[in-house]
Design a protein around this ligand. Structure first.
Ligand code: SAH
Ligand code: SF4
Length: 344
């Protein structure tokens, strides 16, 4: 099988070119072609000799995901469906939130964690994405907006990024490297249900990305009902790892809280949430539940959402409300690929 050069770290690419009998600096030339100039084949690499280009064509490839569909939303965001080389479909979203240009990335095909309120979780799990497939989502979208620079990334698409730790961190190395996509770690937000040992590893391994933790409830009973993973990693374990990450990486963490009517949106929930996180350098992002076909849950009224926020603010917790962009184009991840699967 041909080696996919996309998503290899600088060291890995260096080893690869050395294994072809080349000098290590060739890897930097190749990276420049791939990431700075968007090359998807070797013919364009004019500063590389023809015999080496021929050799590379024989043993290597670059990328390989195809854009299947682009759907624009009235708010300007664009939802992408990509077909992977094995036929699976994943989603990404391009969001214009001036001055930011953000891409929301998938980390897995489906997700094994089965959260009650999530379209991806309902669809089940197929496999982890390779680091090439993670990076390729950015490259494909970048091609569509040559006049703009992608400034921010969020891992809030399909899948649980920390269950794909090796490929996630390899992709992060490529994304943040000067030889790669040069997007600074502080502009990258990894969203997780909270896998404690991986959260600690991310901080210990020196990744200075931001972490968003999907808390979504204030009691273990409710959280386990909404998010079965809570049976394994309770709120207490999660908060202890969150505190570790915040202190070790010197970064505030964000707690994401999907508000669902009658489930986790009471006055008591808001006060309890403030108490749970008061000692952790953090802020809260409130997300009104985005309704999904076939799931019997509703978002609270705007009044209830604002009341929840007010209680947090009164308790000196920074809290913002995020109205999901692209609701009209099924931007809550998992919804588009579900629809495409049904249709195909
Ligand atoms: N697996 C990771 C990242 C992907 S989900 C995680 O769970 O954090 C990204 C965010 O979308 C999470 O905060 C999740 O709680 C939220 N989410 C999932 N389904 C949603 C829905 N139907 N409405 C609103 N937010 C949702
Ligand atoms: Fe997976 Fe995140 Fe969806 Fe839960 S919310 S099922 S962890 S993608």
């Amino acid at each position: 099988m041909k080696k996919n050069l996309l998503g290899l770290t600088r060291e890995e690419l260096e080893q690869f070119v050395v294994s072809l009998g080349q000098k290590p600096f060739r890897s930097r030339q190749i990276m420049k072609w791939i990431y700075a100039k968007g090359a998807s084949d070797f013919d364009v690499m004019t500063d590389i000799s023809v015999p080496l280009r021929d050799k590379l064509k024989e043993v290597a490839c670059i990328g390989g995901i195809d854009t299947l569909e682009r759907i624009s939303s009235p708010d300007g965001s664009v939802k992408y469906a990509f077909r992977l080389s094995d036929g699976n479909i994943i989603e990404s979203v391009l969001i214009f939130d001036a001055p930011r240009v953000t891409v929301c990335l998938s980390s897995q095909v489906g997700c094994p964690l089965g959260c009650l309120f999530c379209a991806t979780g309902r669809a089940g799990f197929v496999r982890n994405l390779t680091s090439a497939e993670i990076v390729d989502q950015i490259i494909q979208i970048k091609k569509d907006i040559p006049e703009k620079r992608i400034t921010n990334l969020v891992f809030m698409g399909m899948g649980e990024p920390l269950l794909n730790y090796d490929n996630l961190t390899r992709a992060l190395q490529v994304i943040t490297s000067d030889f790669g996509l040069s997007i600074g770690a502080r502009h990258i937000n990894v969203s997780t249900v909270g896998i404690p040992d991986r959260m600690r590893a991310l901080a210990d391994d020196g990744f200075r990305v931001k972490l968003a933790i999907s808390l979504n409830a204030t009691t273990n009973g409710t959280r386990s009902h909404l998010m079965p993973i809570n049976e394994k990693y309770s709120i207490e374990k999660l908060l202890s790892a969150a505190s570790y990450f915040a202190h070790r990486s010197k970064r505030w963490v964000t707690f994401e809280y999907v508000l669902i009517k009658g489930m986790n949106d009471s006055i008591e929930d808001a006060s309890r949430l403030a108490g749970l996180i008061e000692d952790i350098p953090s802020k809260v992002n409130l997300i009104p539940y985005n309704p999904i076909e076939g799931i019997d849950l509703c978002p609270p009224s705007l009044g209830v959402v604002e009341r929840f926020q007010r209680i947090l603010l009164d308790n000196h917790i920074t809290a913002t409300i995020r109205f999901s962009k692209g609701t009209a184009i099924s931007a809550a991840c998992g919804q588009l690929s579900g629809r495409l699967k049904k249709r195909n």
